[in-house]
Design a binder for this molecule. Structure first.
Ligand SMILES: *Cc1c(COP(=O)(O)O)cnc(C)c1O
Length: 432
């Protein structure tokens, strides 16, 4: 499989697309022509890993990693991804939060770590993974690369905009991980990372690669859990489930759309956003107007300029096409807060604020829409990661999953910088 830039450069093979992260013309890599699957292609593939293998194989054709695909997938999908039925209707929760940092980004990060360590782990000239995070990406990437030989990680996150437990997860790693707190927003962090990757001198000194949801290696493995859960449902009922995906930078939802484009039995896809309205406004006005992000309770979705839109347009089409193929529900903080309480009362367990946008979106559907098919709301993080938001709304403590408990006992370390590339360059010079 070859990969092209959304802006025209390429083609390159998978290995190069994974290592470079971003194309030389500043675009994002997309597969050149998607494989088309029929449900019968998955006959005999009864586990998540087996389905993932079928989905991923064409994307690995011609890659030096092709023979390692099983090993890569075993490292990636090493924790359960259950589908839990929900009361009150024909719907369920796809729980993506059972990995090391209790959020769905563990899947993409583990996949990328498995691939990049094989491709370019080099103790003499380490590869440096540069990652901007609005909360969960950085922790997942740091956990995935922590103490991997020949690999370094630099995590940039916005000061005061991540939860205390998220911050702990961003800052509690070994010597090969540098945690940088930026006096700015997530968009500032993302801008600095893009500038660093585009800076020739800096980039060659540190052998940069990116692990944001802009790396195509984050996207591919995420398509596997949509493929698997859709197939399981289709096998049991002969119908296609709809998916409701909490959406910020559009990486997770894009993977779901990708699965549908490749012929997997995925029904309607609904994007649940918070008060950052760039995507809903785009569908309404057909004009793409990126803007500064606003802070919400679902902070990992506080994105004003979702970079994966460039990929989505390239793979599917412009706003007029997209709005026919996708639903979108924008959820306010007040609605998130009420949904956390309501879902706790109804489910008997708490959902995180991001997940709450999806369960809330389902409740906004007309009764006929809710009843015409099975809906799968995607749970992107464990509620215990956002205890300061969740606990006051449910009136009790959220039990910590064991991964989080272990992580919270580790010591932390962080550097503060102004939102400028020079400040990042300087602190990297000292750190490594
Ligand atoms: C990152 C994140 C999201 C948003 O995912 P995107 O791929 O950026 O759209 C939603 N929920 C949680 C918990 C996240 O960490």
């Amino acid at each position: 499989m070859q990969y092209l830039s959304t802006r025209g450069a390429g083609p390159v093979g998978l290995d190069q697309a994974l290592v470079a992260g971003i194309a030389e013309d500043g675009g994002l890599f997309v597969p050149r022509g998607l494989p088309e699957f029929a449900n019968a292609d998955f006959d005999g593939a009864d586990s998540l890993n087996a389905v993932a293998r079928v989905v991923c194989e064409p994307f690995f054709a011609g890659s030096s990693l092709a023979d390692d695909l099983d090993a890569v997938l075993n490292e990636t999908l090493s924790f359960p991804i259950p589908l839990t039925p929900l009361p009150g209707g024909d719907w369920s929760l796809l729980e993506l939060f059972h990995g090391p940092t209790a959020a769905f980004k563990d899947v993409g990060a583990a996949f990328l770590a498995a691939c990049l360590t094989r491709l370019c782990g080099d103790a003499k000239a380490p590869l440096t993974i540069l990652v901007a995070t609005s909360g969960d990406t950085g922790g997942a990437v740091a956990a995935a690369f922590n103490e991997r030989p020949g690999m370094r990680v630099v995590v940039l996150y916005p000061k005061g905009r991540v939860s205390a437990r998220q911050e702990h997860q961003l800052t509690c790693w070994g010597d090969n991980v540098l945690s940088v707190r930026v006096d700015g927003s997530f968009d500032d962090c993302q801008r600095i990372v893009k500038a660093a990757l585009a800076d020739g001198a800096l980039s060659s000194r540190h052998r940069f690669s990116s692990a944001n949801s802009i790396n195509v290696g984050r996207l591919l493995p995420q398509a596997t859990y949509y493929a698997y859960s859709a197939l399981e449902h289709w096998r049991a009922t002969g119908t296609k489930p709809g998916f409701i995906v909490p959406t910020g930078n559009l990486g997770n939802a894009l993977a779901c759309i990708l699965a549908r484009e490749m012929g997997l039995p995925v029904g309607p896809v609904v994007l649940a956003t918070n008060a950052n309205r760039t995507i809903p406004d785009y569908f309404e006005t057909l004009e793409w107007l990126p803007r500064p992000s606003v802070r919400t309770l679902a902070s990992a979705m506080d994105v004003g300029d979702p970079s994966n839109m460039e990929r989505l347009r390239c793979l599917v089409g412009g706003a007029d096409v997209l709005r026919d193929r996708l639903g979108v529900v924008s959820v306010s903080d007040e609605q998130i807060a009420r949904e956390i309480a309501r879902s706790f009362a109804g489910f008997g367990f708490a959902v995180c604020p991001h997940t709450a946008t999806a369960t809330y979106a389902w409740r906004t559907f007309d009764e006929a829409v809710r009843e015409e098919r099975h809906w799968i709301a995607v749970a992107t993080a464990h509620a215990a990661k956002f205890e300061t938001i969740v606990e006051p709304r449910i009136g009790e403590a959220v039990p910590l999953p064991p991964e989080l408990e272990a992580m919270l006992s580790r010591p932390t370390r962080v550097l503060d910088i102004e939102p400028e590339l020079e400040a990042l360059a300087e602190c990297m010079q000292h750190a490594f």
